[in-house]
Design a protein around this ligand. Structure first.
Ligand SMILES: NC(=O)c1ccc[n+]([C@@H]2O[C@H](COP(=O)([O-])OP(=O)(O)OC[C@H]3O[C@@H](n4cnc5c(N)ncnc54)[C@H](OP(=O)(O)O)[C@@H]3O)[C@@H](O)[C@H]2O)c1
Length: 302
């Protein structure tokens, strides 16, 4: 599988495994993660808050035997402060980040985190303090690189201008094409995009009709249910394989770091990897792009 190189030199597979919905049963998670490795995936996305730390522990434990032999890269996230009562609050303080890194290192069973991402944030955060926490962790050798996961243009732009981020994670697929608003800005800074939600919860897969009814009955963004249904049908006229279409669309962006797809079964994972290997002609990608709405970020612009 192709790998893309980040500013820091980290190499990540073009398709990454989103580990958020692997669940807490080791056998199930292990089957999916080990099949992902067999299929050439080397990038795994988790976060300290997924299943209250259990996800990090599971991912770390399962990947441990492959760390040295398979160039495994793990991305995790910080910023949601877990309280004793199980609830969380947003905490981008240096104190919290520098405390949390210790727990994530322990959970993942590593001496250094590969990619440490701020898990959201607002323009009212102490932005420079947060950035300096990540810079210090890099100098201290506790993280190799850092990034931000955000869909707020004002926050993303601040990080692009004032920090040394390697990556920006956002939901990005053929329907949710809002990240196009910031792609040139990211490209100029050498920042790569981690495209989460690439199959849009299954809408851009062979199960599109079922997923449309099950998960999009209220529509989404500028689409109502009917719009979405006719757009999906229209895309299928260009290419029946919607996953190949959305993956090729993402790959055609200059800034792609990795396509972070979640999978709740080995079969879904295998289908996604197979579809990554289908190369579509650029004219068809452009034609498909013209059949979806131009979406834009509308909040948190300044
Ligand atoms: N703010 C953040 O930083 C943030 C937020 C969200 C996600 N993430 C990361 O991004 C990853 C991916 O996000 P996501 O899970 O929302 O997006 P996604 O990859 O678009 O959706 C994953 C879901 O789509 C369905 N699916 C996947 N492959 C399929 C296939 N071949 N056929 C049919 N259905 C298929 C499955 O749903 P079913 O299980 O229902 O079948 C699967 O759980 C997460 O795991 C997480 O690591 C980060």
């Amino acid at each position: 599988m192709q790998k893309n190189v980040l500013k820091s030199g980290l190499e990540i597979s073009e398709l990454g495994l989103g580990c958020m919905s692997l669940g807490t049963k080791k056998k199930h998670a292990q089957a999916i993660i080990e099949r992902a490795i067999e299929l050439g995936i080397t990038y795994f996305d988790t976060a300290d808050m997924y299943d209250k730390g259990i996800n990090e522990k599971l991912v770390g434990e399962i990947l441990k035997p492959y760390q040295n032999t398979h160039d495994i890269v793990i991305g995790t996230k910080v910023g949601n402060h877990l309280k004793d009562d199980g609830t969380t609050f947003w905490d981008p303080s240096k104190k919290h980040i520098k405390e949390s890194v210790k727990q994530s290192l322990k959970n993942l069973g590593v001496d250094e985190l590969d990619l440490y991402q701020l898990h959201g944030g607002t323009i009212d955060d102490p932005l420079d303090e947060t950035i300096s926490a990540f810079d210090e962790l890099k100098k201290e050798g506790l993280i190799r690189a850092y990034g931000i996961s955000s869909i707020r243009p004002n926050v993303i732009n601040y990080y692009l201008e004032h920090s040394d981020i390697d990556t920006w994670m956002a939901q990005f697929n053929l329907i949710d094409n809002r990240p196009e608003d910031l792609i040139q800005a990211a490209h100029k800074k050498g920042v790569k995009v981690l495209a989460r939600g690439p199959v849009f919860k299954g809408l851009l897969t062979a199960s599109s009709n079922q997923v449309l009814d099950d998960k999009f009955e209220d529509g989404i963004f500028d689409y109502n249910y009917q719009d979405l249904g006719s757009t999906i049908a229209s895309l299928k006229e260009i290419e029946h394989n919607l996953t190949a279409l959305t993956f090729n669309y993402l790959r055609s962006q200059d800034v792609l770091g990795s396509i972070i797809a979640g999978a709740s079964s080995v079969e879904q994972l295998e289908e996604n990897v197979n579809n990554l290997n289908i190369d579509l002609d650029f004219n068809r990608i452009q034609a498909a792009r013209k059949r979806v709405k131009d979406l834009h970020y509308t909040n948190h612009l300044n």
